[in-house]
Design a protein around this ligand. Structure first.
Ligand SMILES: *[C@@H]1O[C@H](CO)[C@@H](O)[C@H](O)[C@H]1NC(C)=O
Ligand SMILES: *[C@@H]1O[C@H](CO)[C@@H](O)[C@H](O)[C@H]1NC(C)=O
Length: 600
């Protein structure tokens, strides 16, 4: 009864029969499994089964053939050590239903061999690489099959750089050499490059797919010294160093020059306390080039010889803010006072502490000093350095001569306007993309009154920058005596839209036909791309980005993604699982059902 019921179900769902896998329908043989993936030299066993009356079944193959057998419904093709690259086994049956009396079922066999070795090397080059020059790396994959399932991947550290697939259909082992062009920069010094050969044999293959990696290739990169900023202002202090140290490969030599130095010095750091105020230039040199940095050393203004003590060696005052500094002495004197354009204190006798005090400082150029008239008739003074500052009224960012989306790879200029800030020698303008610092600018101008500053930045946005936010920041770092943390003012972010053409990450992909598998051509691009498919198997052009593999015949499908900037094609090679539905399907199922009913 149960079999009869199944027969009825088969007959009643004739409309679905075209999409049925078809093995049982065409030839009353079932292979289990229906496709095999076998490692070279290992064993394989596949059952061939029938449920119909027959006059004999058997397996035909160069190895493991099973002679025609009667009175059995299940026979097994078995090989202990499969080494035949070109093996095409099939199971056959002699039976008598209708006008057919023999049929066969082929077993697709993918015999594979993992590579004997995977190795990496540089082509025509030995020793350290030079920053910015181009080098070729080669990956050698030895004795692997079948290459149509091979992917060779290039890595730098853990980052995938590139991958290559092969369209060759040769089944026996081959050697493959793949090259990669690199242009290392200073960040790549010490990087490890390596390549990996992966054999992805599909769902029936070993899981995870076997991977063989080369040993890493250690890259040494030579690069010249490059200072982060070309000028630095230093306030002389016991603890402060003029530090010229900079990374370079080979390690650089240092030389200092200055009007204040009698001879050239070759260390990378100088003690500020041992130097007179002035300009010191440090030049860093290695075999690739040189870079200089200027240190401007400023004195705190304290003079040791005069018996006066200030309770601040230097003051930093916001424009319009208040300031108070004590001047004291411990020696006998005939009078002391403060001289200044604001807050001066007239000469006072019989006091050893006097205070310079201004409640609203509005003089940009103020040079106060405290003086003392000594008993011996001499006078001496101590100067108080005053820095008056003003934070910017506004910081804004804009693009120069451009509006709307940018095009990948083209150059654009951004501009940062900092309005009404003083003194600019303490100003740093920083450029950011998101949270990444791109560049910073300092100023050597010595003007003390507020100015406007415009700083520009050239950018070459790429596809990864679509949606990025650029912004700039003005920071006034007024030293240890200044406000902590240093006042910072940021522009609003500038949102950048980048137009870029579609670019597939691989140009070919092999797909095994399956109900669930899609030919997915989707690719990122801006503006959003249009898709067209072409193939000998398609009657008309299709414009969706995905096709169902189950609805297509095996063969080559080319998908082209296009937007206003360009187009890019990808080829999908659709392979069948080895089972071929035919127009005999309906008839054979009908016959099978009749056979089932008659068995009951
Ligand atoms: C498998 O066959 C190959 C070729 O005939 C032979 O060299 C190899 O030793 C065999 N391996 C095993 C495990 O029998
Ligand atoms: C200056 O001295 C006076 C008297 O000793 C003291 O009250 C005041 O806090 C001092 N001011 C500063 C700024 O140190």
């Amino acid at each position: 009864m149960l079999q009869l019921f199944f027969g009825f179900v088969f007959l009643s769902s004739v409309s679905q029969l075209q999409s049925l896998t078809g093995a049982q329908a065409e030839c009353p043989l079932q292979l289990n499994p229906q496709r095999v993936v076998v490692r070279y030299g290992s064993s394989v066993a596949v059952n061939c089964k029938t449920s119909v009356l027959h006059k004999g079944i058997g397996w035909e193959a160069i190895e493991g053939a099973v002679p025609m057998t009667k009175n059995q419904n299940l026979i097994t093709w078995r090989v202990i050590n499969l080494t035949e690259w070109d093996i095409k086994p099939f199971c056959y049956i002699n039976y008598k239903i209708g006008d057919k009396n023999q049929c066969i079922e082929e077993l697709p066999v993918a015999l594979y061999k993992t590579p004997d070795s995977v190795s990496i090397r540089t082509v025509i080059h030995r020793g350290p690489m030079i920053e910015g020059q181009q080098y070729e790396l080669q990956c050698d994959v030895h004795d692997v099959a079948p290459v149509q399932y091979l992917t060779v991947k290039w890595y730098k550290g853990q980052t995938l750089l590139n991958q290559t697939i092969f369209s060759d259909t040769i089944e026996t082992p081959v050697n493959k050499a793949i090259t990669l062009l690199i242009r290392p920069d200073r960040a790549d010094d010490g990087a490890q490059y390596w390549c990996e050969a992966e054999l992805d044999l599909g769902a029936e293959g070993p899981q995870p797919p076997p991977k063989n990696s080369s040993k890493p290739l250690n890259v040494e990169v030579y690069y010249k010294p490059r200072h982060f900023s070309s000028t630095e202002t230093i306030i002389k202090d016991d603890k402060v160093m003029l530090d010229c140290t900079v990374k370079a490969n080979p390690a650089p030599d240092y030389t200092w020059s200055s009007d204040h130095l009698k001879e050239k010095i070759s260390s990378s750091v100088l003690k500020s306390s041992a130097l007179s105020p002035g300009k010191y230039t440090c030049t860093t040199t290695n075999s690739l080039g040189r870079d200089s940095k200027v240190f401007i050393l400023k004195s705190t203004g304290a003079q040791d010889e005069c018996p006066l003590q200030l309770d601040s060696q230097r003051v930093v005052v916001r424009y319009g803010g208040s300031v108070e500094v004590n001047c004291s002495t411990s020696v006998a004197q005939k009078g002391m006072g403060w001289e200044a354009s604001e807050g001066g204190v007239p000469m006072t006798r019989n006091q050893n502490l006097i205070t310079w005090r201004v409640s609203e400082l509005t003089d940009w150029d103020i040079y106060p000093f405290c003086y003392i008239n000594l008993i011996d008739g001499n006078q001496c003074v101590v100067k108080l350095p005053v820095t008056v500052y003003k934070t910017p009224d506004s910081v804004s960012i804009s693009t120069v001569n451009h509006r709307g989306p940018m095009i990948e790879g083209q150059q654009y200029e951004l501009q940062c306007d900092v309005h009404d800030v003083a003194p600019v020698q303490y100003l740093t303008v920083k450029w950011y993309k998101g949270q990444t610092l791109l560049h910073q600018t300092t100023f050597t101008d010595t003007i003390e009154t507020p100015v406007n500053k415009t700083v520009t930045l050239l950018i070459h946005p790429d596809r990864a920058d679509d949606g990025a936010q650029y912004w700039c920041e003005a920071e006034l770092d007024l030293g240890a005596e200044g406000p902590q943390p240093s006042p910072k003012y940021s522009s609003e972010p500038l949102n950048v839209e980048v137009y870029y053409n579609p670019r597939h990450s691989r140009s070919t992909e092999t797909i095994i036909k399956d109900d669930k598998v899609m030919l997915d051509c989707t690719v990122k691009a801006n503006p959003a791309p249009d898709y067209t498919w072409s193939s000998d198997h398609l009657k008309e052009k299709i414009s969706s980005s995905v096709l169902k593999s189950s609805e297509l015949s095996p063969g080559k499908y080319t998908c082209t993604a296009t937007n206003s900037l360009g187009s890019d094609s990808k080829v999908f090679i659709l392979k069948s699982t080895g089972i071929r539905p035919t127009f005999w399907t309906v008839l054979t199922v009908f016959q099978l059902s009749v056979a089932l009913i008659s068995v009951i």
